[in-house]
Write a protein that binds this ligand. Structure first.
Ligand SMILES: [Zn+2]
Length: 830
């Protein structure tokens, strides 16, 4: 009993996250590889900051050549990086990159963990990083993962001394080194000792690197050759590593396969130096668990020696015997439950036992039903009996003898109560703090993924021993093009609610605004429904009896007027309630589904809020042409500000008389993403010269994002200078300039309340016809003046700005809206 409970905890906390894909059946040579792995009791934990920081070649080598249990702890989920495959940002990008890491680990054989740290974007140094993250909080998470996973050796990607560049990188190394000691100290984070024991890893190494101009490797360092070939897998480690790394598609990290010797170099950060192998001095044999280990090792060697490539099922009886012997061992070593799990998997693979659990419903609804099917096939005919199949305490199958290669399919419809939790990723259940996720249940910390909503427990007796195989219930369907597809099965509420627009601006000229609320029925909705808004005064529809069919939507309109003119932002939350005689069911969440072919479908829920902003905002000029770039929401916000916005593509720019636009604004990275900007350069310059106004938001100028055209009428460079501190003090270099005076008077408080950062990709080395207007500095750095440069050309104006309007405008930051209005008004009569 005790042992099975431990197994369960191990499974829940650190089970392999293979649930989102069909579990692969292994071929005979792959099975032998796993049998060999049974003999190795050693583990490595790789630690860095982001998805993509990990060295997939080293992980592949450690997991598949050295056969160590190997894992990657990424402090963040990569929420702050750039997204090359879609417009998801922030927590949504973190959800995508979480799945990309899991996809990578399925290939390289590693496991995956995270902390609660939020990737808030670029950070120049670890001090800023720690201040934002709360160093003790993230250190406690690293310690928690170490105490759970118990690595023999910890490896960092980065040094503590800053050569890793990004502040998160250096912070990850500092935390790893501190956690290496703190995990062993019972006085540190003693509240964790209710569940785990202190753990001292043997050593901590830094995996030195050569990236671009920074080379921290040296032939004299301890090194291993990670470039070998594995004939059981039919691949070089450099090939597997490239496949793994190529899963980071949102970052454009498709990689070429490498073959041939390839060395990984290390420096020692703690513990004694290794001579031959990263695990030097660690007993990785079965002796590690005590005197009973030798007999276990002999059983495994025997299985390995007698393994028949043409009939792996011949090993099943011996594997069951091994399982029984291992289960009897009275050892406190965590290796016993770990290896029991591996042996059980091998029994399944060797026997060819097929177990699958699915539904044909793409999602299940609280208060609805789920029709679950489970199939079992004893494909090689080992002596086996199905004892039962349970899902949430419901039994699906009677005791059945499993004949050779016969399909046994069982089904059951299960009620989904209103109390069944919706499929919200655990790190998004509570409101996020600014720079960390909130996770109240300690046992969830570190876990990479969402738990499946339903798990089938399939109890099978094989050669006289009972095994419980757990299979997540997935949505299975056949796509006419892609074939059979498995997806996670989300639980959704009976109705979801969304709102539009997301920003309402009240500025005297606009004193009444309409907010639209949409109620979507995920199941038939019938009864008296009350809708309303929280956070603001409004008038709207009265409660009414409705019948809303499954899959349909009903719209409600609310009028908000006369918000006081005090430069305040009101967060507005829409809600709906269905009132019965007895109870009230509230609907307050929207559903977001993210789909890409290389990862399982992602579902999460969020309150779809609007912001009602009262602001002293004057505008001059009306018609704006907007040339989209990599994707931003500025055009919608400009409309909310009262402008008429026309989105311009290549044809529109080439064929329209641009003089009708008071200003033309380019979206973020327009000169990186639009191949055709060169074709419209002359026309845009003529537009300015004749009295127009061109405002260019940031672009990059580097290998990944080269410029496709000249930008302005005068020369300037684009640098990597940026101001990451969103509270950095801002100095107006020429307070009398029109930009700061018309139609809005820009004052110091206009730089209050900015989010995430001030500016990126500043201008540099600009022509004397361009004038810098703002000066700002990150803490401890010299000021930089390239965030906003403006120049007169002919009768018109040109502006280049690295100020992150694309973040500030959708967030309704008043000063940013006022400053943008002034940039648009540059060519207007004062
Ligand atoms: Zn990184």
């Amino acid at each position: 009993m005790m042992k099975s409970r431990i197994l369960l905890v191990v499974f829940l906390c650190f089970g392999l996250a293979v649930w989102a894909q069909p579990e692969p059946a292994l071929s005979a040579s792959q099975i032998l590889h796993r049998i060999q792995k049974l003999k190795v009791l050693g583990s490595v934990l790789y630690i860095a900051a982001h998805p993509d920081d990990e060295n997939t070649r080293l992980i592949t080598y450690l997991a598949n050549d050295k056969l160590y249990r190997t894992a990657y702890l990424s402090l963040t989920r990569g929420d702050g990086g750039q997204n090359l495959i879609g417009d998801e940002q922030g927590i949504e990008l973190g959800l995508i990159r979480t799945q990309e890491l899991l996809a990578a680990r399925r290939i390289d054989g590693g496991e995956q963990f995270f902390t609660r740290a939020f990737d808030f974007g670029f950070s120049k140094n670890p001090d800023e990083t720690f201040e934002k993250w709360n160093k003790e909080k993230i250190l406690s998470d690293v310690v928690w993962v170490i105490r759970n996973y118990r690595p023999d050796v910890i490896i960092t990607r980065f040094p503590t001394t800053g050569e890793g560049g990004h502040g998160h990188h250096t912070a990850s190394a500092i935390l790893a080194v501190e956690a290496f000691r703190a995990a062993a100290d019972p006085k540190r984070f003693p509240e964790q000792l209710k569940w785990v024991q202190p753990w001292q890893a043997k050593r901590i190494l830094w995996n030195t690197f050569s990236f671009g101009s920074v080379n921290t490797t040296d032939p004299s360092q301890f090194k291993v050759n990670a470039g070998g070939y594995n004939s059981l897998l039919g691949k070089s480690y450099g090939e597997l590593a490239a496949e793994s790394r190529s899963q980071h598609k949102s970052q454009g990290f498709g990689s070429a396969a490498a073959r041939g010797d390839s060395y990984e170099y290390f420096k020692v950060l703690g513990g004694e130096a290794p001579q031959n192998d990263v695990l030097d001095g660690v007993n990785t044999s079965w002796n590690r668990i005590g005197k009973d280990g030798a007999a276990i090792e002999k059983l495994i060697t025997d299985i390995e020696n007698k393994f028949d490539y043409t009939a792996p099922q011949k090993s099943v009886a011996a594997l069951v015997q091994l399982y029984k012997e291992l289960d009897k061992i009275k050892s406190s070593s965590y290796w016993v439950p770990q290896k029991l799990k591996e042996v059980q998997q091998l029994i399944m693979w060797c026997s060819g036992l097929f177990i699958d659990a699915w539904t044909h419903q793409p999602y299940v609804v609280q208060t609805g039903n789920v029709d679950i099917q489970v199939a079992v096939n004893n494909r090689t005919g080992v002596p086996a009996n199905l004892i039962n199949i349970t899902v949430e305490d419901q039994n699906l199958a009677p005791n059945t003898q499993l004949d050779k290669n016969k399909n046994y399919v069982f089904s059951k419809s299960i009620i989904v109560p209103l109390t069944k939790a919706i499929s919200q990723p655990y790190w998004l259940r509570e409101k996020k703090e600014e720079y960390t996720y909130t996770v109240k249940d300690q046992l969830l910390i570190g876990i990479p993924d969402v738990h499946p909503a339903y798990v089938a427990q399939v109890r099978v007796n094989v050669y006289g021993e009972d095994f419980v195989f757990e299979k997540p219930v997935r949505y299975k369907y056949t796509d006419p093009v892609k074939g059979e597809i498995y997806q996670p099965l989300p639980v959704v509420p009976p109705a979801t609610i969304t709102t539009s627009p997301h920003l309402l601006i009240f500025n005297g000229q606009q004193s009444t605004q309409t907010l639209n609320v949409q109620l979507h029925a995920n199941t038939k909705l019938e009864g008296r429904v009350t809708t309303g808004l929280r956070g603001v005064k409004y008038s709207g529809p009265q409660p009414a009896d409705i019948v809303l069919e499954k899959g349909s939507t009903k719209s409600y309109h609310f009028t908000i007027s006369n918000i006081d003119n005090a430069n305040r932002a009101y967060v507005v939350n829409p809600y709906a309630e269905k009132n019965n005689d007895r109870d009230t069911i509230a609907y307050a969440l929207a559903l977001r589904s993210i789909r890409y072919d290389h990862i399982p479908a992602i579902t999460y829920f969020y309150p779809d809020q609007a912001v009602a902003l009262s602001i002293d905002l004057k505008t001059a000029g009306k018609k704006i042409g907007y040339i989209p770039g990599a994707g931003d929401k500025c055009a919608q916000i400009l409309e909310r500000m009262g402008y008429d916005v026309t989105v311009l593509d290549r044809t529109a720019v080439l064929t329209t008389d641009l003089r009708k636009y008071d200003a033309i604004i380019t979206g973020v990275r327009a000169y990186n993403t639009n191949e055709w900007m060169n074709e419209v350069y002359e026309k845009l310059m003529t537009y300015i010269h004749e009295g127009g106004n061109l405002i260019v938001q940031y672009n990059t100028s580097n290998n990944i994002g080269p410029l496709r055209a000249k930008i302005g009428p005068y020369a300037f460079n684009i640098s990597r200078n940026r101001i990451t501190d969103e509270q950095a003090k801002v100095k107006l270099l020429d307070p009398s300039h029109k930009v700061f005076n018309f139609p809005n008077k820009i004052v110091a408080s206009d730089f209050d309340g900015w989010i995430q950062e001030r500016s990126i990709y500043h201008a540099d080395s600009w022509d004397s016809n361009l004038k810098p207007l703002l000066s700002m500095a990150d803490p401890g750095e010299r000021p930089h003046d390239g965030s906003l440069i403006v120049g007169k050309y002919g009768k018109g104006y040109f502006t280049y700005t690295g100020l992150v309007f694309f973040r500030q405008l959708p967030a309704g930051v008043p000063g940013a809206l006022r400053l943008m209005a002034n940039l648009i008004a540059l060519n207007q009569e004062q």
